[in-house]
Every structure is written in structure tokens, then in C-alpha cells.
Design a protein around this ligand. Structure first.
Ligand SMILES: [Zn+2]
Ligand SMILES: [Zn+2]
Length: 349
């Protein structure tokens, strides 16, 4: 950093730190120093995610175990305030959406363009890598994506979950004439449904058990909605050629796969436990392609375009806002309040 930049940024910052199960405190930590290819970003908005809540409540997700104090939060936006000596693309003052995982760049998966599958990936808020519930973070400049002034800080942060929707629609080859079933109208289902429409899908049916979420789905993207608490999917008569499974609820996954048409595609987006029963004879006799998705690769330019053009509305997803001292409340609000969709943490408020 240049001397000039150093004088404007304090040496320490506030960070919300997970110390153990259900134990989050705000601590003072040194402001990180950007490496040669990194920028220092003042964090403006951070979305809360189910994975953050899972770490808070269980201290682990699968083999990722919180063994040392960890900063959560991986859906972030901010403004560049300083840069390393070799940074060329970004300057202080630039607003950015953070792509929160930096791969190794050299392994066979990285070289094939599938950097989301890089075994050496360093991803925000995944032990031992700290996340963004703090005032400043550093990030490789290639992963700090410039956003236009028309995009709000919150929408810029939510380009991360939108990227999950973009990746799912790409994997499912959603296009004009697609008939898409989105199971689950949480934040990911809502962005997946909007992205499917943006990709040209003719019909998008969104299913859930919460009426207010179905109303929001209808307002944002769905051509039809189904309250599966009242009408089972199998009785809907809808035969999609694409299933974007965003509920992560095993019985719903099984039932949804049974509705998929011949040569259809199933993309598992929601996390639904390690092992679930699937109707394999249906999958085999109809030649259904079934795949998982893991995060995303090369999605940010599309996500930013969709959000900035108003094709996808991310601001409508935000229902709650919290300061850095209230991260624990932010991560548990959806369990307390039925109307919660997306809670945002604003580190500087
Ligand atoms: Zn997330
Ligand atoms: Zn790699």
C-alpha cells in the first residue's frame, strides 16, 4: 500500500468471530494487508446464508470443521480502498461484488475452467479461511468484480447466491421453450426461478409450503406456483424438462424427480443430506440426466448483468438488516420469523 492510503485506513477493524457453537463475538483484529495481486476492500453489505447458520449451530459442515475462531459470511460487496503493487484492473473507489473463492489456478480442474472443483480452493467462511462479517477483507483482483453505480450494495452482495442460480441454469441447459420446476422458494429457489425466466424458460413452476414465499415467487418470476402442503407435486400434472431442486428436503426431491419428462435434466442445488432414495427406474427409463452443482465458475459477469439490467430483482429478497454486533440474530432470524427471506449484515452501520 502507498503511504497516502495507509494514513486513511485505521490499523484495526471490528470482526464478528465464531469462537464455538452458538458463540459469536465482535473482536478487534488487524486490518489485513493486500498481497501483490490483491485489493483491500471496505465491506459494505454481506448476505447471510444457510451455511453460515449451520456453522453457528453445529460448528461444522460435513468434513469442514471449525477448529479455530472463524469469521463467517461469504455473500459480500464493498469498495476498493487500497491495492497491492501488481494490481492493474482496479483502483481505490471502485465498488465491487466479491466472488468469495480463489482457486489454485494451476491444477487440472482449474486449467479445464472448472475452478469451482479445485481441490486447493480457498473459500470465504470455510475453515480455515475467514469470511466477510468484518469491516475489511483482501481478495485477488480477478475475483473482485466491478459493479455499476445503479446496483445497490445489497444487490451487489447477492450476486453470490444469484451466481448459484446462474450456474444451476447453465448445468440444466435452460433455454427458450424450457419447462422448469423449481422446488423450494427460499433465496436460492427465488434466484434460480428468476434466472430460468431470464434464460428464456417458457414455464417456471415454483413449489414450496410457505404461501408468502410462493407469492414472492409469483411476483418475481414464476408462471405458476404450487403449495405442496395442499397439493402433492405428483397431482399437479406438470411435467418439467428441467428440475432445479432447491429445497434440500429429501421427500420433496424424490417426488420432484418422478415428475421429470423424458430426456429431462435434474440439477441438485439444495443440500439434502448425504443419502436419499431416488426413483432410479424413472431416471433410467426416461434417460434423465441428474447432476449436482458445487458453487459456480465464471458466473459473475452474467449475474451482474442480470441484476444491473433489472432482469433479476435481488433487492426484493432483502427482508432484514443487522449491524456487525447482531450477526447471531441475523443468522437465526429465518428460524424466528416466518416472513424472513434474506437478512443482510451491514458492517459499518
Ligand atoms: Zn451462500
Ligand atoms: Zn486448482
Amino acid at each position: 500500500m502507498s503511504r497516502e492510503e495507509e494514513t486513511t485506513i485505521s490499523e484495526t477493524m471490528r470482526a464478528s468471530v465464531l469462537r464455538g457453537i452458538e458463540d459469536i463475538v465482535v473482536e478487534r483484529r488487524p486490518v489485513p494487508q493486500p498481497g501483490p495481486y490483491e485489493v483491500l476492500i471496505e465491506v459494505r453489505a454481506v448476505g447471510t446464508c444457510g451455511s453460515d447458520t449451520h456453522y453457528l449451530e453445529h460448528g461444522r459442515i460435513g468434513e469442514h470443521v471449525v477448529e479455530a475462531p472463524l469469521v463467517l459470511g461469504h455473500e459480500a460487496s464493498g469498495v476498493v480502498v487500497a491495492r497491492g503493487a501488481r494490481v492493474t484492473r482496479l483502483e481505490p473507489g471502485q465498488r465491487v461484488s466479491l466472488e468469495p473463492g480463489v482457486p489454485c489456478f494451476t491444477c487440472s480442474q482449474c486449467r479445464a475452467g472448472r475452478y469451482n472443483l479445485c481441490p486447493g480452493m480457498r473459500f470465504f467462511a470455510t475453515p480455515p479461511v475467514d469470511g466477510a462479517f468484518c469491516e475489511y477483507v483482501t481478495l485477488h483482483e480477478e475475483f473482485a468484480h466491478p459493479v455499476p453505480e445503479t446496483l445497490s450494495d445489497e444487490a451487489a452482495a447477492l450476486c453470490e447466491p444469484l451466481s448459484v442460480g446462474v450456474w444451476a441454469c447453465r448445468k440444466a441447459r435452460v433455454g427458450p421453450a424450457s419447462r422448469v420446476l423449481v422446488t423450494g422458494a427460499g433465496p436460492i429457489g427465488l434466484v434460480a426461478a428468476q434466472t430460468a425466466r431470464a434464460f428464456g424458460a417458457r414455464e417456471v413452476l415454483v413449489s414450496d409450503v410457505k404461501p408468502h414465499r410462493l407469492e414472492l415467487a409469483a411476483e418475481l418470476a414464476a408462471t405458476a406456483t404450487l403449495d405442496v402442503g395442499r397439493t402433492p407435486l405428483g397431482q399437479s400434472g406438470f411435467e418439467p424438462d428441467v428440475l432445479l431442486e432447491c429445497s434440500g428436503f429429501p421427500p420433496a426431491i424424490n417426488e420432484a424427480v418422478r415428475t421429470v419428462s423424458r430426456a429431462g435434466r435434474v440439477v441438485l442445488v439444495g443440500m439434502g443430506g448425504d443419502e436419499i432414495p431416488l426413483p432410479l427406474s424413472h431416471v433410467q427409463s426416461r434417460e434423465i440426466e441428474l447432476t449436482g452443482t458445487f458453487r459456480y465458475a465464471n458466473t459473475w459477469p452474467t449475474a451482474i448483468d442480470l441484476a444491473a439490467s433489472g432482469t433479476v430483482d435481488l433487492d426484493r429478497l432483502v427482508t432484514h438488516r443487522f449491524g456487525l454486533e447482531e450477526v447471531e440474530r441475523a443468522l437465526t432470524v429465518s428460524a424466528r420469523e416466518d416472513t424472513a427471506v434474506k437478512a443482510i449484515v451491514l458492517p459499518h452501520e
